[in-house]
Design a protein around this ligand. Sequence first.
Ligand code: ATP
Ligand code: MG
Length: 307
Amino acid sequence: MLGQAGQGQSGSAHVVVLGNEKGGSGKSTTALHIAVALMKAGQRVATIDLDCRQQSFTRYVNNRRAWARRSNLDLEIPAHHCIKYGETMQIAENENAEFQQFMAAISAVERKFDFIVIDTPGADTYLMRLAHSMADTLVTPINDSFLDFDVLGTIDPATYSVTGESHYAEMVRDVRRKRRQVDGATTDWIVVRNRLSMLGSRNKQLVANGLKQLSLRLGFRPIDGFAERVVYREFFPRGLTALDDIDEQTLGTRPSMGHVTAREEVTGLLRQLKLPLDERGRRRAANRAEWFSQVDKPLEVHDIIAT
Ligand SMILES: Nc1ncnc2c1ncn2[C@@H]1O[C@H](COP(=O)(O)OP(=O)(O)OP(=O)(O)O)[C@@H](O)[C@H]1O
Ligand SMILES: [Mg+2]
């Protein structure tokens, strides 16, 4: 946290924030996928839910824990914190209480974990701004439509070229600038197109062109994320992700091609995020995979008798 771009300061966790002022763009879904992907890569991950009212991210993690217990599965569960809204009539008091809780959660995890994944609400709140100002990596999922594009930029209705920047983009620019002034660090901002239609369309191409233009003005990386797939909707009640094992016991349903393709696109997204994975964590994960692949094999004589 608060280190060089793409790297947490040594000994301090790298903070990944999911943010977009527009609701329903895929923040909570993407947050759990990123957290699980990092854990599968051997990283130590803490998660924080700042969407205190809706708490979808918290429920997603709780559903995962419950499904693991019920189906006797070894699913990775992050160390999770949920921040509660201040409930007095005084805004300043509420913000102070929220700030204290958030800072307590951060200091409890920042030295023990490699990554902190923070989900924020789809509205402009005090906590949401605070989280944006701490992001080493900011991931903004957007639905592939000009209605969602509108929180980032405005476009000319005749030519579809970008004419200006909108409120959320201005807020991000502002917090990034302040962050640079405070500790010289830059936030890697990635805008991820979500729920992409599997068919090519004029709208899809125009949104892609608009994002490309806007990325040059605002300094973000536009990337293609997940297609519109029913499997992403089905994952929530069981707390699953596209990266979990594709078998009937894990999924609780027959695996489909959608599961396989979703897994490929999540792996692709993670590659493009370019998060700074700790090498020791990667080795731990590789050793664990090797161990699991050997577990069912009968032992050879030389494994039992030391030579
Ligand atoms: N790629 C996808 N394909 C199909 N459905 C999706 C996809 N991504 C997200 N969804 C669905 O879209 C809805 C919104 O997703 P999600 O809750 O992750 O968004 P959010 O940005 O966190 O919303 P909010 O702003 O309300 O917190 C959910 O029903 C989710 O299951
Ligand atoms: Mg959400």
